[in-house]
Design a protein around this ligand. Structure first.
Ligand SMILES: *Cc1c(COP(=O)(O)O)cnc(C)c1O
Length: 420
């Protein structure tokens, strides 16, 4: 890509961008004077599609109109509402519909999945995570180790970047598993690392784990709606993600869960149950012996919150209309432009630690700040540029292809240059 460092060029890219119409379909937060914020935190909380209100209103209206009968009489009957999300969600992560369900929240789903896929034995019980795993994932696996009676420090193996480096090297995971695989029960890895923005090769991770009979799970919180993870073909055993980051489904909205088809029909897998993973044909006959549903739906427990699902549906309908392929294409270009502009700044105060290869990252760039000077982030915020600071020393910025523009990126970097 040959980019140009001019405002006219950025404007031109927006004019030529076939997805630029999407920005209009989102609420863009504004400052006191009515100017749009430059919003770069879709990796933390995606913006609200203007349609979301309509989707939620529909369910409020049907609840008002039908009460309990809405389970069958609503325009989108609540009884099977989650099924309206499955196909589009599966498409986004490259899975078969039987492999995906929307339910609960991310950390809860990780635990439910570990009930099935973390089955430690006396000598094969350890769990591998990235050294920079998201805290919730770390706490989750630590508590699983403890719950099963193991020592947390002995049981947790960290896949670390090499000395002096910021990114993970897949060969180091290979070494860990080939040397200690007989003691390892589970690999739980962030598909796109929240801190560095590094996107990992899921297929390779699955092969490495399976070579020593370890289960492999992927946290796709920063991958879903950002990269195209091709979950089914990767062969990983399970995955979980949230819908409020790149999937724009609103604060704390429900998460997605993937169980590979190869496990979906295995009724012997240990799991927790409730009435919602019981065979839906006989669910309301009550007093039935438990009969688990096949596929990812067989991990559900409860009847789901429809208002949250309505917000997810509003977003997924947009993703289905646009398609991940077009989004990815724009995303590579937009983030490439962002990177180009930052590299044009003549300053040794900052350094991008995200991989340069577009195949090894999503839209986020992580900018490391020299001497961990937080003030740079604060000054950006004062200038209506919303990014986030992550300890110890990184500003994360995610130009999201659904609603960010080349102009956003250009203006952001102009301000950044001025501040430096
Ligand atoms: C955002 C995020 C979470 C948050 O988990 P919740 O259960 O939704 O609060 C967990 N793990 C990762 C990797 C994340 O990026």
């Amino acid at each position: 890509m040959i980019y140009q460092n001019t405002f006219a060029y950025a404007k031109q890219q927006d004019t030529e961008d076939e997805l630029s119409y999407l920005r209009e379909q989102f609420h863009i937060p504004k400052d006191k004077n009515g100017n749009d914020w430059l919003y770069f935190t879709g990796n933390s909380l995606g913006l609200q599609p203007k349609n979301t209100q309509k989707y939620i209103q529909q369910e409020l209206d049907d609840w008002a109109k039908y009460g309990v009968e809405g389970h069958f009489e609503a325009k989108n009957p609540w009884m099977s509402y989650h099924e309206l999300l499955t196909e589009n969600m599966a498409e986004i992560v490259g899975a078969k519909p039987i492999e995906v369900v929307v339910m609960n929240t991310l950390t809860t789903n990780l635990h439910l999945l570990m009930v099935s896929f973390y089955q430690p034995k006396k000598t094969k019980y350890k769990i591998v995570i990235e050294s920079d795993a998201f805290p919730s994932d770390r706490y989750a696996v630590q508590s699983q180790l403890k719950f099963h009676g193991f020592d947390v420090d002995e049981g947790l193996i960290e896949w670390k970047p090499r000395k002096g480096e910021d990114l993970l090297n897949i060969e180091d995971l290979e070494t860990i598993v080939s040397e200690q695989g007989d003691e390892i029960a589970l690999l739980l890895i962030g598909g796109v690392n929240y801190y560095t923005g590094q996107s990992l090769d899921l297929k390779r991770i699955a092969e490495i784990g399976h070579s020593k009979k370890c289960f492999v799970g992927i946290d796709l919180a920063h991958g879903a709606g950002n990269i195209s993870p091709d979950l089914h073909n990767s062969g990983v055993d399970f995955a979980a993600w949230c819908s409020y980051k790149y999937l724009n489904a609103g604060p704390g909205s429900l998460g997605g869960l993937f169980v590979h088809e190869k496990h979906g029909y295995n009724k012997e897998l240990p799991r927790f149950s409730g009435w919602w993973n019981h065979n839906k044909e006989t669910r309301f006959n009550m007093r039935q012996p438990f009969d688990v549903m096949p596929g990812a739906e067989g991990w559900q427990l409860s009847n789901p919150p429809i208002l949250s699902m309505a917000a997810i549906k509003a977003s997924l309908d947009m993703f289905a209309e646009v398609g991940m392929e077009a989004l990815r294409k724009k995303s590579e270009k937009l983030t490439g432009y962002f990177e180009f502009l930052i590299n044009e700044i003549d300053s040794d105060e900052i350094k991008i630690i995200t991989p340069k290869n577009p195949k090894e990252r999503g839209c986020q760039l992580s900018i490391q700040v020299k001497n961990a000077d937080k003030r740079l982030h604060q000054k950006l915020t004062k200038n209506n540029i919303i990014t986030d600071w992550r300890e110890p020393d990184v500003i994360r910025c995610a130009p999201v292809p659904m609603y960010n523009s080349f102009e956003d990126v250009y203006r952001m970097v102009e301000v950044l240059k001025g501040l430096l």
